[in-house]
Design a protein around this ligand. Structure first.
Ligand SMILES: NC(=O)c1ccc[n+]([C@@H]2O[C@H](COP(=O)([O-])OP(=O)(O)OC[C@H]3O[C@@H](n4cnc5c(N)ncnc54)[C@H](OP(=O)(O)O)[C@@H]3O)[C@@H](O)[C@H]2O)c1
Length: 325
């Protein structure tokens, strides 16, 4: 697979999001099968793997760590931390201790002594980004992490943090159905030489075309509360799928592949991380790296997309409602 750079980290042009094995999409395969699937992604050319301490309360990091153990130094491993503003950041000293504690726990679960890319999973509005950046800089100097990032941050937070310790990548939601970061964050990443890692690049599977208004979701599946998956939204968004299917047929590709090829075309600092628990879908998604759009095809997609209205979205507030169901 072709390679790209997230600042100075070389990764496959499409990565693999491992969250679904432990969190967010209902029950998944057992441990051995999950490990085989993660290794399967590597065998297909993927060298960039994404997890977080919060996915399954550490379960996902343990799983990903075990799966990647035999090939640890051949891959770029990203994980994320949440900082509790109330109990973990009452002073810069406490903030540093807290971040170190989170990182040490992640390293233990991952079974490694360094993380390639360590993200702040959400930027705490009451902790100065400069303070977090300062601590991340120390961890880089010590070799405990190779680079750092933020998730769902604003352009201002990116610029302020980057001025203290250069950011490696921003991981935020981005797909044909959610383009809010196009106006500021993505151009800022390009300008500053920061990688941009789209999460939910297939809009939680909607862009595969395999979702119908009758599809049912169970357990911790976020699609129970993402309004994009309301039956009315699924029906109302059908014109988008029709458009993608039409382009896909012309390219002998699938709608999921066209959706990923569309974002890959936008710049070589963009590296999406689709997630799946089925080998044929992992293969399909990673195969999108071979689907190259010409400038003309890309412009045509953009033009036609500008006439399509998107119904529903995905918000942290909606996802928090899952706890009450
Ligand atoms: N930073 C953050 O706050 C944040 C938030 C969300 C996610 N993430 C990260 O981003 C990664 C990707 O996000 P995501 O998992 O939401 O991405 P996604 O690829 O947009 O959605 C994954 C869902 O789509 C389905 N799917 C994937 N490829 C498919 C295909 N080719 N055909 C049919 N269905 C397909 C999967 O089903 P099956 O598994 O059943 O195949 C799964 O339910 C996560 O794994 C996680 O590492 C980060």
């Amino acid at each position: 697979m072709q390679k790209r750079f997230l600042r100075d980290l070389e990764v496959s042009s499409i990565g693999f999001g491992c969250m679904g094995f432990s969190h967010g999409y209902g029950s998944g395969p057992d441990k051995q099968e999950s490990i085989q699937l993660i290794r399967g992604a590597y065998d297909l050319g993927c060298t960039f793997f994404d997890t977080a301490e919060v996915y399954g309360n550490g379960h996902n990091e343990e799983l990903v760590g075990e799966a990647l153990n035999p090939i640890r130094d051949n891959v770029v491993l990203a994980t994320k931390l949440f900082i509790d503003s109330e109990t973990e950041a009452n002073s810069i000293e406490q903030l540093e201790q807290s971040i170190r504690k989170h990182l040490d726990a992640s390293l233990k679960r991952l079974g490694t002594d360094y993380v390639d890319l360590y993200y702040q999973h959400r930027v705490n509005k009451d902790i100065p980004v400069e303070d977090v950046a300062h601590v991340m800089g120390k961890l880089i100097d010590e070799g405990k992490i190779r680079g750092w990032g933020q998730s769902q941050s604003t352009e201002e937070e990116i610029r302020r943090a980057h001025a203290v310790t250069p950011l490696t990548a921003i991981q935020s939601e981005y797909s044909i159905m959610e383009r809010m970061f196009e106006k500021d964050v993505i151009p800022a990443c390009e300008e500053l030489g920061i990688g941009f890692v789209p999460f939910s690049p297939l809009a939680s599977g909607f862009l595969s075309g395999n979702i119908s208004k009758d599809t049912k979701y169970t357990g911790d599946d976020v699609r129970r509360v993402i309004t994009r998956f309301d039956p009315e939204s699924v029906e109302a968004n059908q014109p988008l799928l029709d458009l993608l299917t039409q382009f896909a047929e012309a390219k002998e590709a699938t709608p999921a592949q066209v959706s990923l090829a569309w974002m890959l075309h936008k710049g070589d600092f963009i590296v999406p991380i689709p997630g799946s628990r089925k080998l044929e879908r992992i293969q399909e998604n990673l195969g999108a790296a071979e689907v190259e759009l010409t400038e003309e095809e890309y412009n045509q997609i953009e033009e036609e997309l500008s006439n399509v209205e998107i119904h529903g979205n995905r918000t942290d507030e909606d996802i928090a409602k899952l706890n009450d169901l």
